[in-house]
Design a protein. Structure first.
Length: 397
């Protein structure tokens, strides 16, 4: 039998607000997808959050306040907010969450657990709102707790990142970054909250000392150090993987650490009885193994492109803005942190595999050249690194 999907609320003109319920056949376990608004000017667009009804009631992720969507996703690009987005009320996403929960038959006060897939703003910034209206225990990976619980974490990353941007050769943001960062942090300061249940390994969900048999936690690092997913359903039945940003479709997740991400893809390939993957952005994935294979091939190709680009010395930003490196041509004069992060992640793995080396530094920008070997020889060493779990990533910036 296949999973039953029921549309409870259709999308609004903002391409969000949709509510869908998935039922695991032969069980009482249900997953409700609530699509919350987020801009797609930088990043993957609307964020799906998930209500899991089983032995306990769990909400995975929260979305981000509409006011911060406008500031973060448009101001850092130096672009005006479109009128239809500017017109959205500041509580727009909070209302989407409440409406979605109500359609599923619940309210925030009914939640037992608020789980955070990882500490990026579009996944946890409305957690404090949910905690004001209910008393769920907050669960996240230990490695994400500083991002979620430290009110100064965003400002710290924003300011410390300027030196890294310069080393990559990427232009600085077009806005007066310190002024905007401080303004955003005044809003973000009240959005940090305590993590009650820090997890650090794969395990069944525990609530008040009792094991929840139909929900288990999977550590899926690479997009971020402590990315987690929830595997919903008993082992011997069809299961749903709530994957956060670890695996997406049709877009490809940006790996903060490609070595860890390639190991996560190998781990996902081995999961059994996964009938459906529900990601945090984009469309549902019906064939997990096929999507994993696509992503493995995607990163093989990007590693090869990166290696070949370094026949002569190149900076990371010069590589990122090459024709055909990404699906769309990037403007080399515009700040684009996601593109730079992805390029650097591939260069880091090639550095670890001794396929490229730092040739020189000019005016603070780092340049890299390849070893001159056939790429297939370098890629064999990359595969050895992926297979050797004892090898840890070495961050060089």
């Amino acid at each position: 039998m296949s999973l039953k999907c029921t549309l409870l609320i259709p999308n609004s003109p903002s391409k969000s607000g949709r509510v869908r319920r998935f039922q695991i056949p032969g069980t009482r376990t249900r997953v409700t997808q609530i699509t919350t608004f987020c801009a797609d000017i930088v990043g993957p667009g609307p964020t799906h959050i998930y209500l899991v009804e089983g032995e306990c009631i769990v909400l995975l992720d929260t979305g981000i306040p509409a006011s911060l969507v406008k500031k973060l996703f448009y101001s850092w690009r130096g672009e005006p907010v479109p009128p239809e987005i500017e017109a959205l009320p500041d509580n727009y996403i909070e209302e989407q969450i409440s409406t979605g929960l109500k359609a599923a038959g619940y309210a925030m006060k009914d939640l037992d657990i608020l789980a955070i897939s990882h500490g990026h703003p579009d996944h946890f910034f409305l957690g404090s709102h949910i905690l004001r209206h209910g008393k769920p225990k907050v669960l996240a990976h230990l490695y994400e707790t500083s991002a979620i619980s430290n009110p100064w974490e965003m400002l710290s990353r924003w300011i410390s990142g300027r030196e890294k941007i310069a080393a990559l050769g990427m232009p600085q943001p077009s806005y007066p970054s310190l002024e905007l960062a401080e303004h955003v942090n005044r809003e973000a300061e009240g959005l940090a909250f305590r993590v009650d249940i820090p997890v650090f390994q794969d395990s069944p969900l525990q609530v008040n000392g009792s094991t929840v048999h139909d929900i288990s936690i999977r550590h899926l690092p690479g997009h971020s150090p402590g990315s987690i997913g929830l595997l919903v359903g008993a082992r011997d039945e069809q299961r749903i993987l709530l994957a956060g940003d670890a695996i997406l479709y049709p877009i490809t997740p940006v790996p903060g650490d490609l070595l860890l991400y390639l190991r996560t893809l190998r781990k996902l390939e081995g999961l059994e009885n996964v009938a459906l993957v529900l990601p945090a952005h984009g469309r549902a994935i019906k064939d997990l193994r096929s999507r994993v294979l696509f992503l493995q091939n995607h990163h093989h190709r990007r590693l090869r492109l990166t290696y070949e680009a370094c026949r002569s010395p190149r900076s990371p930003w010069e590589i990122a803005t090459m024709p055909k490196y990404f699906n769309v041509r990037l403007d080399p004069d515009k700040f684009n942190p996601l593109a730079a992060t992805e390029t650097l992640a591939h260069m880091e793995v090639l550095l670890m595999a001794a396929g490229i080396f730092r040739s020189h530094i000019r005016k603070g920008v780092h340049y890299f050249q390849n070893s001159g070997e056939p790429f297939r020889d370098v890629y064999e060493r990359v595969k050895d690194l992926v297979n050797d779990e004892k090898t840890k990533p070495i961050m060089r910036y």
